[in-house]
Design a protein around this ligand. Structure first.
Ligand code: OGA
Ligand code: NI
Length: 199
């Protein structure tokens, strides 16, 4: 029951944030609801990560560098720092105030915004002293929705699509059938600019 309630509330939070992101892109707040079929359904995945104390934390990686699938991941964690995000070529430890959420941009927001929002490359490290727990909740469209760049952000001459459309389900399968490896899944859906020029 607690998890059910948590999922419902965190989904509401994600939907509010998505509205704001649409506005920041110059789109109507409800754009994403229509474009991603969010009115009918949505996909939410709750992952609980447990990182026990590790006697040799310097040689162990909790979660290798990756970006998340989906539009937004909302992350809650106990008091131990472990999440790093990649920024300007460096790993930056994320140290959120107690009781706050960390919100990560996912690959599908990068696709939908045609690269205006970038999914965040992140990893989790372990420590020698304490158990760290995190709860990551990914939010995406229904599994059969084809996610491509928002039509309203494109024009053929100046702003061509940088990603091809792909069913959310296929993208999940792609990610889950490979080792986590940076942002390599996004490379599968990137449009090669040289290809489009030659067509
Ligand atoms: C994840 C993730 C980070 C963390 O579950 O995708 O990136 O801090 N977790 O546990
Ligand atoms: Ni992640």
């Amino acid at each position: 029951e607690t998890i059910q309630e948590y999922c419902k509330r965190v989904r509401e939070l994600a939907n509010e944030l998505l509205k704001g992101i649409m506005e920041s892109l110059g789109l109507e707040e409800s754009y994403i609801q229509k474009a991603m079929d969010l009115e009918t359904d949505s996909h939410q995945l709750l992952v609980v990560n447990l990182y026990p104390p590790c006697p040799q934390p310097e040689v162990v990686m909790g979660l290798p560098p990756h970006s998340d699938h989906g539009l937004l991941t909302i992350l809650m964690q106990n008091d131990h720092v472990g999440l790093h995000v990649r920024h300007d070529g460096k790993w930056i430890p994320v140290n959120p105030p107690p009781g706050s959420f960390v919100v990560n941009i996912g690959d599908h927001m990068e696709i939908l915004s045609n690269g205006k929002y970038k999914s965040v490359l992140h990893r989790a490290v372990v420590n020698g002293k304490a158990t760290r727990i995190s709860v990551a909740t990914a939010h995406g469209p229904p599994l059969d929705t084809v996610v491509g760049p928002a039509q309203d952000l494109l024009d053929n001459e100046n702003r061509p699509p940088l990603y091809r459309g792909i069913k959310y389900r296929e993208y999940l399968q792609l990610q889950q059938s490979n080792q986590l490896n940076g942002k390599s899944c996004l490379d599968h859906v990137k449009v090669n600019i040289n290809d489009t020029c030659c067509k």
